[in-house]
Design a protein around this ligand. Structure first.
Ligand SMILES: Cc1ncc(COP(=O)(O)O)c(C=O)c1O
Length: 409
């Protein structure tokens, strides 16, 4: 088996191509009213989240931007963000003129550390963003308690965690709002797209005003005080395409099956790697049912520097393993050079300033050290109901890493 022939994802079920063809043939390739497949997707996602309000967007990044606007973030505010997350958890704060403040992980599963969140809160903090990294739910009770104590809003970025649960409840229901990317290789993917979930009608309506101007706002605004804004709204056209909605609906309808396939396959790989690599997974009762990225840690007896040798051994065995593509944001920002020629473009200037002020690794020791010990296996192998592929992958990884790991015992 050649692990370099990675099976494609996203792939879709029978019938999806026909539904897309119907939309194309009827010219239903846009939707300014929030109807048809877009409405269907929002309603289906709402049923997955205890009937909460759902607003769709053209990307997870747009959903994050709308969520920050809806939660009252303004220029000069601070938004707390995990250091280990995709850059879009932080970047929309910049568009508003707010400052992302990077916070370290705990050591057990790389999630944001609630104590570090509390230490970072100032009188300018408006929102704490948490990311359920690689599908691992963060300790929501602990972070929510910190947010409540300080009167700041909790925003969950569930882009890696479409099927993840805490005590049997889907993530995304513990804070003021939550967003999911439904783009690219996510477990539920419309190609491009994002969804925002909230129990608060006003948050939902401001999100709608931010990304969906008329005619949808004319009919859909629930809170009376916001209706006068319906005509002009904030003018943002951040809508989901109905074609993307059809694609995402196919995955959402099969979410249980897709999650079960992944969990079965991951358990097989884990079994081969027991005692060799350490799975980066949360302790019960937080449950990762998405396994967005299949990440393991080097065992403690191996020096961090050995990751290069382990990756070389894996790549020689045709296993395309690497460091996770989600990199510590302090390093991503710190690698930027300030653009001294751009003082007249405030956004670029702010980006340069943020890069220059990026905290060094020693101030974010857990997230940076953990990232240096992480190995990401080709998770696309594990989407399909194909245990043979999981057995081959597990056996190949075990064969490649055993001499290196056992050699240092
Ligand atoms: C954690 C996280 N948040 C946000 C996003 C942004 O989503 P999108 O690419 O749909 O804009 C991503 C995308 O990969 C992500 O991984």
């Amino acid at each position: 088996m050649h692990f370099t022939d990675v099976p494609p994802w996203p792939v879709y079920g029978l019938g999806v191509a026909g539904r897309l063809a119907e939309l194309v043939e009827s010219g239903t390739v846009f939707d300014y009213a929030g109807s048809g497949a877009v409405r269907e997707l929002e309603e289906a996602f709402s049923r997955h989240h205890e009937g909460r309000y759902v607003v769709s967007f053209n990307s997870g990044t747009s959903a994050l931007y709308a969520a920050l606007c809806a939660l009252g973030v303004g220029a000069g505010d601070e938004v707390i963000v995990p250091n280990l997350t995709f850059l879009a958890s932080a970047s929309p704060a910049l568009w508003i003129g707010a400052t992302p403040v990077l916070v370290d992980s705990g050591l057990s599963d790389a999630s944001i550390d609630p104590a570090a969140v509390e230490a970072a809160i100032t009188e300018r903090t408006r929102v704490v963003v948490v990311t359920h990294l690689f599908g691992n739910p963060v300790d929501l009770d602990a972070v929510a308690a910190v947010c409540d104590r300080h009167g700041v809003a909790l925003l969950e970025d569930c882009s890696h965690a479409h099927a993840s649960t805490v005590d049997g409840r889907s993530v995304g229901q513990h804070g003021a709002a939550a967003i999911w990317s439904i783009g690219a290789g996510k477990m539920v993917s419309g190609g491009h797209g994002g969804l925002l979930v909230t129990a608060d009608a006003k948050v939902r309506d401001v999100a709608l005003l931010t990304g969906h101007f008329k005619p949808r706002t004319r009919t859909d605004i629930l809170t009376a005080e916001l209706r006068p804004y319906a005509e002009f709204a904030l003018g943002g056209n951040l809508r989901l395409s109905p074609l993307s909605a059809v694609l995402a609906l196919d995955h959402l309808t099969r979410l249980e099956e897709l999650s079960a396939q992944r969990c079965t396959n991951v358990a097989i790989v884990d079994n081969y790697l027991a005692g060799l690599l350490v799975p980066l997974r949360p302790p019960a009762p937080r449950v990762n049912r998405s396994h967005f990225d299949l990440v393991y840690l080097l065992p403690s007896q191996l020096l961090t520097a050995a990751r290069g040798d382990v990756l070389k051994a894996l790549n020689s065995a045709n296993v395309p393993a690497g460091a996770p593509s989600t990199r510590p944001l302090n390093r991503v920002l710190g690698a930027m050079r300030p653009l001294s020629t751009e003082p007249t473009r405030p956004l670029l200037h702010r980006l340069g300033t943020l890069g220059a002020a990026a905290p060094p690794d020693v101030r974010l020791p857990n997230s940076t050290e953990l990232h240096d010990r992480m190995l990401s296996l080709p998770a696309n192998w594990l989407h399909e109901a194909n245990p043979a592929a999981a057995h081959s992958l597990g056996a190949a990884v075990a064969r490649a890493v055993r001499p290196l790991v056992e050699g240092v015992r």
